[in-house]
Design a protein around this ligand. Sequence first.
Ligand code: UD1
Ligand code: UDP
Length: 389
Amino acid sequence: MRQIKLMNIVGARPQIIKASAISRAVRLHFSDRITEIIVHTGQHYDRELSDVFFDELEIHKPHHNLGVGSSRHGRQTSMMITGIEEVLMSEKPDIVLLYGDTNSTLAGALAASKLHFPVVHIEAGLRSFNKMMPEEINRIMSDHSSTLLFAPTNAAFKNLIREGFRPENSPPYTIDNPKIYLTGDIMYDNTLFFAELAERKKAGFLDQLSLRRDDFVLATIHREANTDDISRLDAILRTLNILTREYSATLVMPLHPRTTNSLKTKLEPLYRELLDNPLIKIVPPVSFLEMTLLEKTCRMILTDSGGVQKESHFFRKPCLVLRKETEWIELVKNGTAVLVDADPVKIRKEFERFYNDGDGLGYPGFYGDGRAAEFILNEILELFAESRE
Ligand code: UD1
Ligand code: UDP
């Protein structure tokens, strides 16, 4: 049987982590039928946003690194398109896999679809209904350039139908006759796989940060709307600075370099105040196993990250979402995640509620059975079985 050549396009931290679920499933179940190639756009390049995940999650080092780096949206995306187009023409993959909603996803979608390579979009159908977010544009464009679309949640699946995708389409599937699936979330696959491993491999990590189990709050902030709008960043961090002191609550914040840059250059006095607060630990981005351990052992989470919102649910932790809206609406409907925006009053109210009484909440299984990656790969193979008939 001919091997299918599958090209993964990654660029940002969460995509490397997501690709590890597919790589693991290829290695364990499909190595006789699928050959993987990894193209890294170079959108993230710092060791702690990129290489650390290749090492820790045992993914093959990128076969191609386009070294695009940071830039304005248009410039960054156009350099990625140029680089991906070159690689596509030389590698001639059977299929291209895209993850999530970053500029790397969009560049992959445009380059591949225009050269008529079939595109698979993993994490399809998510919508914030806020087109001011660069990610919303990236998602919509990527979904509408795809042949196979894998929606992680019911809400995402319904969004696709609302945009005209037809669940009843039958093979052969093409960009004009795409197939949509409800699959569950490959990040749930990852959490099931790595949660125990994190405990074993990172046994001393909590001690290193002087953290006690169930006795600290975890926060991440990196979203453009929060880092580039200084009034929002100021409101969030000023509120957290006060709350940690009022509640004697330890707060650990692995900060994305984008956030650290904004703090250093535009909010320097506040940054110093945070560093002087003994209850706040600002640390560089941590590895996925370290993050998994922090999520598993914290008391609650505050975040504007998409991935971390879901992981709060996997680990049954209440979550304050530092945004006006979310794509993961089932979490908010469930009441275990609350949209607090950058509003000091809302942050305070929900922090108080969950910090004192975060137990006894329900965390239903919204995200599949932990085998989404296998399902996706099986469907990709089906596509080629059908096209041979
Ligand atoms: C990107 C994605 C976002 C995703 C996030 C995951 C887009 C539009 N945004 O946001 O959806 O949630 O990745 O983390 O694709 N920087 C470094 N080192 C790096 C990379 C970036 O210092 O290795 C700094 C640079 O100052 C850069 C800034 O971070 O300008 C933003 O990087 P960029 O890749 O444009 O977007 P992210 O905020 O990381
Ligand atoms: N993450 C990590 N180290 C960190 C912060 C986040 O490993 O210091 C992981 C996190 O567990 C999740 C993913 O990165 O799996 C989320 O990425 P991010 O918040 O950068 O982007 P988003 O999900 O919002 O696109």
